[in-house]
Design a binder for this molecule. Structure first.
Ligand code: ATR
Length: 278
C-alpha cells in the first residue's frame, strides 16, 4: 500500500485528506493519505524517515513550506522561483520538492474562464505574503505586462517586487500602497486578493471596484466564506468572479499524479464535497 501525507503544525484544519481521499476512493487505489502534525523541531527527523522510504510523498503546509527546502535533494525551478515547496516525492532515493500553487491558481482560472489570460495587460495583486509569490510567478509567466502589488505594509511589497523582478528577469512588478487601488484600477484586467482580508467576512476599507473596466475579472484565494465581501461587491458590479476553492483543488492534482501515477480531475462533485466540509 502506498502512503502519502500532508504535514503542518497545526494540521487539523487541512482539507487535503478529504480531497486526496476522494480521488483514492474514486480510482480504487491501494493507498492512504494522512494529516501529520510535525512540529518545526521534528522536521529534520521527518525528512530523514521520508528518505528511508516511509512514504511515497506528500504535501507540506504552514509553517514548513520554506524550511523543508533545506532537506530536499532536488527542487523544481518553479519552487525555487516561488521560494517554497508544497509537494514532495521520492525519486531514486532522492527527496524532490515542487510548488504546485502557481499551477493550481492558473489551472483554476483556465477551467473557470477559458481564455481569461488573452488580455494579459495589467493585473492588481492584493497582499505581498507567501500566497502572493506563487500567483505573481504565474502572472509573469502568462505575460502580464504590468502587475501592481498592493500591500498595507509597503516595505514588504517593495522587497517582494525587487526579489521577483530579479528572479524572473522582468520589470513587470511594481509595489504600491493598498490605498492606491482606486487610482490604479481603471486599466486592470484582473484583480487577485492574496491577503488575509476577506477571511471571516472582513472587508477592505475604502476600496472601490467602480473604476475597474467592465471586462475585469476579480478572484480571491480566500474561501472562508466562499463569497468574500470583495467577490460579492464585484458580482454586484457585474464583473466576472472566481472564488478561491478551485485553487485548493487544482494545486493537489500534480502531487496525486506523481505519487499514484494517475491524473485526477477536479469535478463539481469534488468541489461540493469539500465545500460541504467547511
Ligand atoms: P500568506 O502566506 O497567506 O500570504 P502572510 O505571509 O502572513 O500569509 O501574508 C498575509 C498578507 O495579508 C500580507 O500581505 C498582509 O499585509 P501586511 O504585509 O501589511 O501584514 C495582508 N493582510 C493581513 N491582514 C490585513 C489587513 N487587515 N489589511 C490589509 N492587509 C492585510
Amino acid at each position: 500500500m502506498k502512503e502519502a501525507f500532508v504535514i503542518g503544525h497545526p494540521i487539523a484544519h487541512s482539507k487535503s485528506p478529504l480531497l486526496h481521499g476522494h480521488w483514492i476512493d474514486t480510482h480504487k487505489i491501494d493507498a492512504t493519505y494522512s494529516a501529520l502534525d510535525v512540529a518545526p523541531e521534528k522536521l529534520s527527523d521527518f525528512a530523514a524517515r521520508l528518505k528511508n522510504g516511509s512514504h511515497v510523498g506528500g504535501n507540506v503546509t504552514v509553517p514548513h513550506k520554506e524550511a523543508i527546502m533545506a532537506f530536499c535533494d532536488q527542487i523544481s525551478e518553479t519552487a525555487q522561483k516561488i521560494g517554497a515547496v508544497n509537494t514532495l516525492w521520492l525519486q531514486n532515493g532522492k527527496l524532490c520538492g515542487d510548488n504546485t500553487d502557481k499551477y493550481g491558481f492558473l489551472a483554476n482560472l483556465d477551467q473557470q474562464l477559458h481564455g481569461w489570460d488573452q488580455q494579459n495587460d495589467c493585473a492588481i495583486v492584493l497582499g505581498a505574503g507567501g500566497a502572493a509569490r506563487a500567483i505573481l510567478v504565474g502572472l509573469v509567466e502568462r505575460g502580464y505586462k504590468t502587475i501592481f502589488v498592493l500591500n498595507r505594509t509597503i516595505e514588504r511589497a517593495d522587497a517582494l517586487c525587487q526579489e521577483l523582478n530579479k528572479a524572473l528577469n522582468t520589470n513587470a512588478l511594481q509595489s504600491k500602497n493598498i490605498s492606491q487601488f482606486n487610482i490604479l484600477s481603471d486599466h486592470a484586467d484582473l484583480v487577485v486578493n492574496t491577503s488575509a482580508v476577506g477571511m471571516g467576512g472582513s472587508k477592505f476599507e475604502g476600496l472601490s471596484l467602480k473604476t475597474l473596466p467592465r471586462t475585469a475579472i476579480v478572484t480571491d484565494i480566500v474561501y472562508t466564506p466562499l463569497e468574500t465581501p470583495l467577490l460579492l461587491d464585484a458580482k454586484a458590479q457585474g464583473l466576472r468572479v472566481v472564488d478561491g476553492i478551485g485553487m485548493l483543488l487544482h494545486q493537489a492534482v500534480p502531487g496525486f499524479e506523481r505519487w499514484f501515477g494517475l491524473r485526477p480531475t477536479v469535478t463539481e462533485e469534488l468541489r461540493q464535497k469539500i465545500l460541504g466540509a467547511n
